[in-house]
Design a protein around this ligand. Structure first.
Ligand SMILES: Cc1cc2nc3c(=O)[nH]c(=O)nc-3n(C[C@H](O)[C@H](O)[C@H](O)COP(=O)(O)OP(=O)(O)OC[C@H]3O[C@@H](n4cnc5c(N)ncnc54)[C@H](O)[C@@H]3O)c2cc1C
Length: 396
C-alpha cells in the first residue's frame, strides 16, 4: 500500500550503511531520522578498500568528487606467500580496472568516508541525526512504525530501516535468528605512520601476505601518510566481542614462521584493536511490511572480499531506486529491493568464506592455490572478479 505518512523514515544505525540510506532517500526527496547508539557519529580509525562497484554508488549518492579527494589509488593488488616470500600475483589495478570497469580500485580511511557521508546528509537538510539513541524495540502497525530508544523516548516513522550492523536489534524483530556465526577468525587492526613502515613494504599497493591459518593485509591511506594493517588468524580463544584491545603475544604466536617483512610490520604496533569475525548464512527474507534491513544487519559477511561496506552502499542506492519506482510505496519497495539484493549479497557472503579458506591454506592446498593463481594472466584474474565489480552486475 502506498504510504503518505507525514512522518520521516526511521533508520537504526549511523554507520556507512545507515548514512548512505539516509543520503539516498534525501536525494529522492524523503526525510529521515537516523538513530545512532554511540555518543557521536563517527567511524573507527582503520582503512577500507573500495572496489570499482563502490565508485558507481558514489556517483548515485552524489559524493564522487569528495570521496576522490580522500582516496589513495594503488598501482597493484599483490598476493604474497607469507612463508617463502614468493610473489604469487601482482594485478596492475590502476592500469587495468578503469579501462575494464570504468572505475578504479581505491583505499580510504573509514572516518573519511563516513565524514563525507555525514556532511552530505547534513547538506540535504532532510536528515535528522540523533546520537546517543540506541534503538531497543519497535512496533509496526502496518501503517507506521514506532521506535523505542534506550532513553525510553518513542519516535514515529513512516517506515523503519535496520542498518544497525552485525549485532542488529532490528533483525531480531524481523528475522529472529539469534546471534551471528562466530567464524573462529580474529582480526587485529592498526594504522602505522609512514615513517614506521619498513622500507620494503612501502609500496603503493594493497598487499596480502597469505600463511597457514593467518594473513596480513597492508596498504597506504591518506596521501600515503599512514598504512592500514589488518592481521587475521584462526583462534578459538574468543567467543564473542568486538573492538577490544588485542594481545601482541597472541599475534606473535599465530604468525610464527612468517617472513621478516611480515613480522617487521607486526612488531611496530603497540596497540591493536581486535575483532572477532562473524557472518551468517544468507537469507532471502529480511523484510516485513514497512520494516527492512540493510548492510551487515541484512547480510553480514567475512571481510575476505572487502565488500561489506560496498554492499551496504549498494543496498542504500538500490532501496532508494525501488522507492522511486513504486512511488514511495514502502511495503512494495522494501520487498522488491530485497529481491534485487538477495542473490548478489548471498554470493558475496558465501564466496568470502571460500576466499578465507584459500587465504589461510596450508600444505598441498597452499601449493595448489599458488600454482592456480600464478597460472592466470592478470586479465584472467581481473575477469574472475567481474561479477563483483562490473556495473552491469549491480542489480537495479
Ligand atoms: C577487519 C575488517 C575489514 C573490512 N574491510 C572492508 C573493506 O575493505 N571493504 C568493505 O567494503 N568492507 C569491509 N569490511 C566490512 C565493513 O566494515 C562492514 O560491512 C560495514 O561497516 C557495514 O556497514 P553497516 O553500516 O551495515 O554496519 P556498521 O558499520 O556496523 O554500522 C552499524 C551502526 O549502527 C550502530 N548501532 C548498532 N546497534 C544499534 C542500535 N540498536 N541502535 C542504534 N544504533 C545502533 C553502530 O554503533 C554503528 O554505528 C571489513 C570488516 C572487517 C571486520
Amino acid at each position: 500500500m502506498k504510504q503518505n505518512s507525514k512522518h520521516p523514515v526511521l533508520i537504526a544505525g549511523g554507520g556507512v550503511g545507515g548514512l548512505s540510506a539516509a543520503l539516498a532517500l534525501a536525494r529522492n526527496g524523503l526525510e529521515s531520522s537516523v538513530f545512532e547508539q554511540a555518543d557521536e557519529f563517527k567511524e573507527i580509525g582503520a582503512g577500507i578498500q573500495l572496489g570499482p562497484n563502490a565508485f558507481h554508488t558514489f556517483d548515485d549518492l552524489g559524493i564522487a568528487d569528495e570521496v576522490h579527494e580522500l582516496t589513495v589509488y594503488p598501482d597493484d593488488i599483490v598476493a604474497m606467500d607469507a612463508i617463502n616470500g614468493e610473489e604469487i600475483v601482482r594485478l596492475p589495478v590502476a592500469k587495468l580496472f578503469p579501462k575494464r570497469f570504468g572505475k578504479p580500485y581505491g583505499l580510504i580511511h573509514r572516518a573519511d568516508l563516513h565524514s563525507v557521508l555525514l556532511r552530505a546528509c547534513r547538506e540535504t537538510g532532510k536528515v535528522n541525526l540523533l546520537s546517543a539513541k540506541k534503538v531497543t524495540d519497535f512496533n509496526a502497525n502496518g501503517k507506521e512504525v514506532v521506535v523505542t530508544a534506550a532513553d525510553e523516548q518513542q519516535h514515529t516513522g513512516a517506515a523503519l530501516i535496520g542498518a544497525d550492523g552485525l549485532w542488529s536489534t532490528v533483525r531480531q524483530r524481523i528475522v529472529g535468528d539469534g546471534k551471528p556465526r562466530i567464524s573462529g577468525h580474529i582480526a587485529y587492526r592498526a594504522v602505522l605512520p609512514l615513517d614506521q613502515v619498513p622500507e620494503a613494504n612501502r609500496q603503493n599497493a594493497m598487499v596480502v601476505w597469505m600463511g597457514p591459518r593467518f594473513h596480513l593485509v597492508h596498504y597506504p591511506l591518506r596521501g600515503h601518510d599512514m598504512f592500514n594493517l589488518v592481521a587475521v588468524f584462526h583462534s578459538d580463544r574468543f567467543d564473542e566481542g568486538w573492538d577490544s584491545y588485542g594481545d601482541p603475544e597472541e599475534l606473535n604466536l599465530r604468525f610464527k614462521g612468517a617472513r621478516p617483512e611480515v613480522l617487521g610490520m607486526l612488531e611496530k604496533i603497540d596497540s591493536w584493536r581486535m575483532w572477532v569475525l562473524c557472518d551468517r548464512e544468507p537469507i532471502a527474507n529480511w523484510t516485513k511490511g514497512n520494516t527492512t534491513l540493510l548492510g551487515d544487519a541484512a547480510h553480514p559477511m567475512l571481510q575476505y572480499l572487502a565488500q561489506g561496506a560496498c554492499m551496504a552502499m549498494e543496498d542504500a542506492v538500490c532501496l532508494s531506486k525501488h522507492l522511486t519506482l513504486t512511488g514511495n510505496d514502502f511495503d512494495a519497495a522494501f520487498s522488491s529491493y530485497q529481491k534485487a539484493r538477495y542473490l548478489r549479497t548471498a554470493r558475496i557472503q558465501q564466496t568470502a568464506r571460500l576466499y578465507g579458506q584459500a587465504y589461510h591454506a596450508a600444505d598441498a592446498t597452499r601449493d595448489l592455490r599458488n600454482h592456480f593463481l600464478k597460472s592466470r594472466t592478470p586479465e584472467q584474474t581481473m575477469e574472475s572478479m567481474a561479477w563483483m565489480y562490473d556495473k552491469d552486475q549491480i542489480p537495479v
